[in-house]
Design a protein around this ligand. Structure first.
Ligand code: PEP
Length: 248
């Protein structure tokens, strides 16, 4: 059986009660490809509002989660609290957190393990900066980010890997089909070597970085691109076109 197409929407620190309700209403009434798994990640403050208004069949993700069960961790949210609120996924390792908030590969890996142990799926982001790409370090960087996770977590059945070149995020500069496919293929080969053929065949590897309704259809034709993580365009009605990127 093929891998189910997966489209995530990362709202980042955008939205208001009104604008998020509008996005949710739009998704509720849209005709979405039933073969696509859809997950949206609003800011933490709006997780419950989103879950309350969003139709069944579309899941909600946090943009981050902490790796401790409870206690004196001001500002953090636990896996159990997400579960309690029917939030079934979390994004982890987004480059904005790795770069701006200095999250290390190990910290991202520990949070990934905590989320999975607690029964939450993980959209695990990885990707290189422009400087790293130009120094031909792309695969070294990406695989080091993923290896930190495989060191602590062998079951990847609830991980979706999001390859997001940092230079393509929010810049309007999308990776070419060839650039994206090359890295996705490399990730899949590494998964095979590190965790076995079955994991490599089953794990969704999605692309993120300036995906739009204009470029999604071509990218979606690549054999190792199993969907998208969408930032800016997930706030717009065109997000539905991205969900339907594989629909005839
Ligand atoms: C993201 O934030 O994960 C992302 C891919 O952003 P954008 O689509 O805006 O480039």
């Amino acid at each position: 059986m093929g891998r189910q197409f997966f489209v995530g929407g990362n709202f980042k620190m955008n939205g208001t009660i009104d604008s998020i309700k509008e996005i949710v209403n739009n998704l509720n009434s849209a005709t979405c490809d039933s073969n696509t798994e859809v997950v949206i990640a609003p800011p933490a403050l709006y997780l419950l509002l989103t879950r309350e208004h969003l139709r069944a069949g579309i899941e909600v993700a946090a943009q981050n989660v902490f790796d401790r069960p409870n206690g004196a961790f001001t500002g953090e949210i636990s896996v159990a609290q997400l579960k309690d609120s029917n939030i079934t996924w979390t994004v982890l390792g987004h480059s904005e957190r790795r770069v701006i908030l200095q999250e290390t590969n190990k910290f991202v890996a520990d949070k990934t393990k905590a989320a999975l142990d607690g029964g939450i799926g993980v959209i695990l982001c990885c990707g290189e900066t422009l400087e790293q790409r130009e120094a031909e370090k792309t695969m070294d960087v990406v695989l080091a980010q993923l290896k930190a996770v495989s060191d602590v977590q062998k079951d990847w059945s609830k991980i979706v890997v999001a390859y997001e070149p940092v230079w393509a995020i929010g810049t309007g500069k999308v990776a070419s089909n060839e650039q994206a496919q090359e890295v996705h293929k490399g990730i899949r080969e590494w998964l095979g070597e590190e965790l076995g053929k079955e994991v490599a065949e089953k794990t969704r590897v999605i692309y993120g970085g300036s995906v739009s309704e204009k470029n999604c259809r071509e990218l979606a034709k690549e054999g190792d691109i199993d969907g998208f993580l969408v930032g800016g365009a997930s706030l717009k009605p065109a997000f539905v076109d991205i969900i339907n990127a594989r629909k005839e």
